[in-house]
Design a protein around this ligand. Structure first.
Ligand code: PLP
Length: 426
């Protein structure tokens, strides 16, 4: 019995998070035994250049020695205290110094938990009920946000999963990404009852889709007009598209920011931060209940603090390097695709990039779903066979780390040319 077959008998679908099952790309998942720098090594000793980066956290590459040392040292001082420790304060200070919109911060254990807390806090502090989210944006698997109602001006939420009572999502409205008219219509329909608008300010969960900058400005203006909170989900984009996240790139100050991934340096983490007047409503300073046995865990914080400190110290070289690499990669993908008559759209920002196999620009989920996903599947398989690990779904973004060098870039571009030449002949 293969290890995946064994896994399937014990773990639902054989995986502890669905996208890892490789369903979208028609293969069995990789089982990794070790990871170093820009590389993953699987249980068959095959080596892959990694463009998944643990789905975001591994911005410094795998097993960064400074991060591993910090974790190891911290572990000798105890694994969990159940009470306060100084690194919690240092971590909040570090995050605040990078993201000034975060006047106060609560650490949690996942992005999902941070989003769930943001929903509760937004409703409590505005005394309003409805939440607007954008189709194709993912904010973790908490009930109120697991909604993809498809088209319609602002359709009342229909749960994306069985087990979520209709009532739980009845107050969740969905609007197509980048569609200011539909967003305005939603506010017109419920002018006094929108507690918050949740958005990935750059979206990495329908593939990689950039916002229209005017759209973000108009979104903020609508929130201000209606006294609704603007919630930026920067779980993926925080410290990734730029040191200060998407909010620094677009110069927008959200009321609440949700964080995760990089601030744990690869260990389980999340955080919710924002205006003091809002965050101070969390228990015990306020009435909005939220708690966590392992929140602010000393090992997680040692890992996250080391990672984020390096990102901050090296920001002037790290982010231009990530951006340049993504730019070279995407522009070469475009020109190679042209040579082989393959329809393609690419986009990048900082250490994130993405591609869609289509002739038409992709600015929302409907367009993303319209791309040629059969072509993506062939592309993924051909790249994997050449030692390049891309996200195993057309609806995920690709990630670059500090550990990727010109060698990996060259190898990747050669593999892409080879893959495109095969796609052409299929
Ligand atoms: N928000 C965004 C933008 C994400 O990409 C994710 C996970 O990929 C989440 C929230 C949920 O985070 P977690 O998987 O840590 O619960």
């Amino acid at each position: 019995m293969s290890i995946f077959e064994q896994a399937q008998t014990l773990i639902p679908g054989g995986v502890n998070s669905p996208v890892r099952a490789f369903d979208a790309v028609g293969q069995d998942p990789l089982f990794i035994k070790s990871a170093q720098g820009a590389y993953l090594i699987d249980t068959h000793n095959r080596q892959f250049i990694d463009y998944v980066g643990g789905f975001g956290p591994m911005i410094l590459g795998h097993a960064n020695p400074l991060v591993c040392d910090a974790i190891s040292k911290a572990s000798h001082h105890g694994l969990s205290y159940g009470t306060c420790h100084p690194l919690e304060v240092k971590m909040a200070q570090l995050i605040q110094s990078i993201m000034p919109s975060i006047e106060m911060l609560r650490m949690v254990n996942s992005g999902t938990e941070a989003a769930m807390t943001a929903v509760r806090l937004a409703r409590a502090s505005t005394k309003k009920n409805k939440i607007i989210k954008f189709t194709g944006c993912y904010h973790g698997h908490c009930d109120a946000l697991l909604v993809d109602a498809g088209s319609g001006a602002a359709t009342l939420g229909i749960p994306s999963s069985p087990g979520i009572p209709q009532a739980t999502t009845a107050d969740t409205l969905t609007v197509e990404y980048n569609d200011i008219d539909r967003l305005s219509a939603a506010f017109l329909e419920y002018p006094d009852d929108i507690a918050a608008v949740f958005i990935e300010p750059i979206c990495g969960n329908m593939g990689f889709v950039l916002p229209n900058p005017e759209f973000l400005n108009q979104l903020q203006a609508l929130c201000q007009k209606h006294q609704s909170l603007l919630v930026f989900d920067e779980v993926m984009t925080g410290f990734r598209v730029a040191l200060g996240g998407a909010q620094s790139l677009y110069d927008i100050t959200p009321d609440i920011t949700i964080l995760g991934k990089i601030i744990g340096g690869g260990l389980p983490v999340g955080a919710i931060g924002g205006k003091k007047s809002i965050l101070s409503q969390l228990a015990p300073s306020g009435p909005v209940y939220q708690a966590g046995t392992l929140s602010g865990n000393p090992i997680t914080l040692a890992s996250g603090y080391a990672t984020l400190s390096i990102c901050k110290q090296e920001a002037h070289t790290l982010y231009p390097q990530l951006n340049d690499y993504a730019k070279v990669l995407t522009s070469n993908i475009k020109s190679l695709a042209k040579n082989y008559h393959i329809p393609i759209q690419t986009a990048f920002k900082g250490g994130m990039f993405g591609l869609f196999f289509t002739d038409t620009p992709v600015t929302n989920y409907t367009q993303a779903k319209g791309a040629n996903n059969a072509l993506f599947k062939q592309f993924f398989q051909t790249m994997l066979a050449q030692g390049i690990y891309l996200p195993p779904s057309p609806f995920e973004a690709c990630f670059i780390s500090k550990a990727h060098t010109q060698d990996e870039l060259n190898h990747t571009l050669n593999a892409i040319e080879q893959a495109f030449s095969c796609l052409k002949s299929i």
